[in-house]
Design a protein around this ligand. Structure first.
Ligand SMILES: Nc1ncnc2c1ncn2[C@@H]1O[C@H](COP(=O)(O)OP(=O)(O)OP(=O)(O)O)[C@@H](O)[C@H]1O
Length: 263
């Protein structure tokens, strides 16, 4: 489904600020694969997600989706088949618009034909049904402004909006890192649920070692623009967070973010 072949990216090449963000990355995800991504600071995790989303064009290598080379396709043309949730709960939603207006905007991304801008009664029923799945009571607050929601509620809504219009690929960029532990747990549970329900091909960047091991069916560790460790489901099941941290310890000079948690 998603194939990244020998992708490299250098920022500011040939200057004192040169940063080799990706060095020959190879990664293959079959449909429905859920891969967690961990790595030291500046390892290239966000850069790889930006390359898949089309925000960045690699210097070399290819990105293919469903066998089609999309390496140079601009991000707006990928928007209908890529869902993305960022660390900042305010990034995925518009605070001055209501929940249903936000959902209508997200819906339009995946359904460009024959639909008006407004919120029709039938679409409102769909939104209500989708919100009910979150079990946060948001289905009764369709006309509330999103700016009034808590960070956890907003992130749950962002996740729903990123996925309900039927993307093929879901990119999660530390999407639970800004939430308190109980909200992070809730959004993690919703993530598992939505990925399984929709068989989404998913890459999830996290600094939380426990989360990286518990969620998804494969794990990759990045450092200095390369994948330095890859674990399949069975290998992942045998690892503890302490084992993963020990792997980081083997990397000379690696700085693991202070957000990194063992449990
Ligand atoms: N737009 C950019 N311009 C210049 N340099 C960049 C840009 N984006 C990333 N970099 C550099 O590329 C390298 C990889 O950055 P990236 O954000 O992908 O790392 P990361 O693994 O997501 O790190 P972190 O965990 O700290 O968020 C870093 O050295 C970073 O400074």
């Amino acid at each position: 489904m998603l194939e990244i072949h020998d992708v490299s990216k250098t920022f500011f090449p040939g200057t004192v600020n040169e940063r080799r963000a990706l060095r020959g990355i190879d990664l293959r995800l079959a449909e429905g694969d859920f891969v967690t991504v961990i790595g030291s600071n500046g390892a290239g995790k966000s850069t790889i997600l930006n390359t898949i989303a089309g925000k960045l064009t690699p210097d070399s290598g290819t990105v293919s989706v469903g066998g089609r080379d999309v390496t140079r396709m601009p991000d707006h043309r990928r928007a209908s088949w890529i869902g993305r949730v960022f660390q900042d709960p305010t990034a995925g939603t518009a605070p001055s618009l209501s929940i249903e207006e936000n959902m209508a905007l997200a819906w339009r991304r995946g359904h460009t034909r024959g639909l008006s801008r407004g919120v029709t009664a039938s679409r409102r029923a769909v939104f209500r049904e989708e919100l009910t799945k979150l079990e946060l009571g948001l289905e009764d607050r369709l006309t509330s402004k999103v700016g009034l929601l808590s960070g956890g509620q907003r992130q749950a809504l962002s996740l729903l909006m990123a996925t309900f219009s039927g993307p093929k690929i879901l990119l999660l960029d530390e999407h639970t890192a800004a939430l308190d532990p109980s909200r992070a747990e809730l959004v993690t549970r919703l993530t598992r649920q939505v990925v399984a329900e929709r068989s989404l091909t998913t890459l999830m960047v996290t600094h939380n070692m426990s989360q990286a091991l518990e969620v998804g069916d494969r794990l990759i560790m990045m450092h200095d623009g390369q994948v330095i460790l890859e674990l399949d489901a069975a290998q992942k099941a045998r690892m503890t967070p302490a084992d993963l941290l020990a792997e980081f310890g083997k990397i000379k000079g690696a700085v693991v973010d202070d957000k990194t948690m063992l449990s």
